[in-house]
Design a protein. Structure first.
Length: 264
């Protein structure tokens, strides 16, 4: 090989070597993760997960979850008149006792104090009478304290006179005019808590019918009739009783009963 040829080969080798060095230097100056950043087109799942941590979406409470966890959404229980209203040890044969209740029937303009009563010696619900025609007891309402406190599960039974000794209208003189769906309110005078009931039915019984065990069980909320247990319905009920019909041998010959159930 001539000296001229050798010089040309040397120049080519030097030039090639210089290019290799420059390429190496360029590669060394590229930033980290350049392979991911320089990708073209749509990024793949692998490239995304390699740059950012995987984050799970938040868990949402679905409709099914709400139905399977009803305790989170229960409405507040109904308010109750605190028990007891009278001493539980008080015998039912003891006379009337004052209690902090009033009975209101807006449709009849009735707003009357309540007395707690027990039983007579003949095992009937007591209904005290006034000693004088002007005695306020004629305009009072009697709650049978052997039954349920108004608003609690069971039946609260109230009675009132139809007229006084002079034949003038007493507290329940116009009870027969009360219509289905109208309100009856028992008020706790200590807190002004009102327990509302709506009338569901009004029935007039003869004196003979009113002694039937099934009728008595409905009026007073008995748990059994003729030794047969009744199925409780877990409702709060109220009954109002007064006399009616004709005066016959010292008493009226009919009994008017209004049935009502609590509403909230």
């Amino acid at each position: 090989m001539t000296s001229t040829a050798r010089s040309g080969v040397a120049v080519l080798l030097a030039t090639f070597g210089f290019l290799l060095v420059m390429a190496a230097l360029l590669l060394m100056r590229q930033p980290r993760n350049a392979a991911a950043i320089l990708l073209t087109g749509e990024p793949t799942v692998v490239s995304i997960s390699s740059l950012t941590p995987e984050i799970s979406p938040p868990t949402l409470l679905s409709t099914l979850d709400v139905q399977s966890a009803p305790n989170l959404f229960l409405s507040a229980p109904p308010l109750m008149i605190p028990a007891p209203l009278v001493d539980p040890a008080l015998p039912l044969l003891v006379g009337p006792v004052d209690v902090p209740l009033e009975l209101h029937i807006p449709a009849l303009n009735i707003a009357s104090p309540v007395l707690a009563v027990g039983l007579t010696l003949t095992n009937a619900m007591a209904s005290p009478v006034g000693m004088l025609p002007e005695d306020p007891i004629w305009q009072s309402v009697f709650w049978y304290r052997g039954g349920t406190i108004p608003g609690h599960v069971g039946t609260a039974t109230f009675a009132g006179h139809f007229d006084d000794d002079l034949g003038r209208p007493a507290v329940f003189a116009y009870l027969s005019e009360l219509e289905m769906g109208e309100l009856i309110i028992v008020r706790d005078t200590r807190s002004d808590l009102d327990i509302a009931f709506v009338v569901t039915e009004t029935i007039t019984y003869t004196n003979e019918q009113s002694t039937d065990p099934a009728v008595l069980a409905r009026v007073f909320g008995s748990s059994s009739v003729n030794n047969e247990e009744l199925q409780p319905d877990q409702l709060s009920r109220l009954t109002l009783i007064t006399c009616g019909g004709e005066w016959d041998e010292g008493s009226f010959d009919l009994r008017l009963v209004v049935y009502a159930v609590r509403v909230d």
